[in-house]
Design a protein around this ligand. Structure first.
Ligand SMILES: Cc1cc2nc3c(=O)[nH]c(=O)nc-3n(C[C@H](O)[C@H](O)[C@H](O)COP(=O)(O)OP(=O)(O)OC[C@H]3O[C@@H](n4cnc5c(N)ncnc54)[C@H](O)[C@@H]3O)c2cc1C
Length: 144
């Protein structure tokens, strides 16, 4: 059910958190039962996983959930998952190529490294900003 987890604790606040992600088919399946049952199922899964590595997880004080797929602009999971070679071949290039020098594409999905993460977003921003600057310089030299 839980596909991957992150330790998002803030020790200085004594706040101990495990962020659990459910994506793809397991995520879609998980959306079906009522909300109360969903939280319980996640806790049971994590407890079982901890038990298997010899750690007994204490009962959580609270669980919170957010359906990223229902968010107006996210429409899905935190990270795009693309097949092997998609980003580095022509299909990937078409994600990044400006459209008639009018529309420039940025966003973590267009990064060659760390796509789906903040690092990828910054790399993509840097690349697309360089493209826009080069275009404006070229335009400026034509108009001079
Ligand atoms: C739950 C969750 C946890 C995450 N955890 C991590 C983490 O621990 N580490 C990490 O590195 N990354 C993490 N990420 C991923 C990270 O947040 C993204 O990779 C990053 O924010 C992408 O940046 P971006 O600039 O490409 O896109 P976004 O941050 O998505 O920015 C796109 C912007 O465009 C706006 N927009 C969309 N459509 C339109 C439109 N039609 N008109 C105008 N505006 C529009 C959106 O509102 C949004 O503000 C997480 C993401 C999620 C959802």
């Amino acid at each position: 059910m839980v596909c991957f987890t992150q330790d998002t604790s803030i020790p200085e606040h004594e706040q101990w958190v495990i962020t659990c992600f459910m994506v793809g088919d397991p995520g879609r399946q998980r959306s079906i039962p009522p909300e109360a049952q969903r939280g319980e199922a996640v806790v049971t899964h994590i407890k079982k996983a901890c038990h298997e590595i010899g750690v007994e997880m204490p009962e959580p004080i609270a669980t919170h959930e957010f359906e990223w797929a229902e968010h107006d602009t996210f429409l899905g999971a935190p990270s795009p998952v693309m097949g092997v070679d998609v980003l580095s071949t022509d299909a990937g290039k078409s994600l990044r190529e400006p459209f008639r020098n009018i529309v420039f594409f940025s966003g973590t999905e267009t990064a060659l490294e760390s796509e789906g993460f903040m690092d990828g977003a910054l790399r993509a921003w840097s690349r697309s900003a360089t493209e826009v600057i080069a275009y404006l310089k070229a335009l400026h030299s034509i108009l001079e």
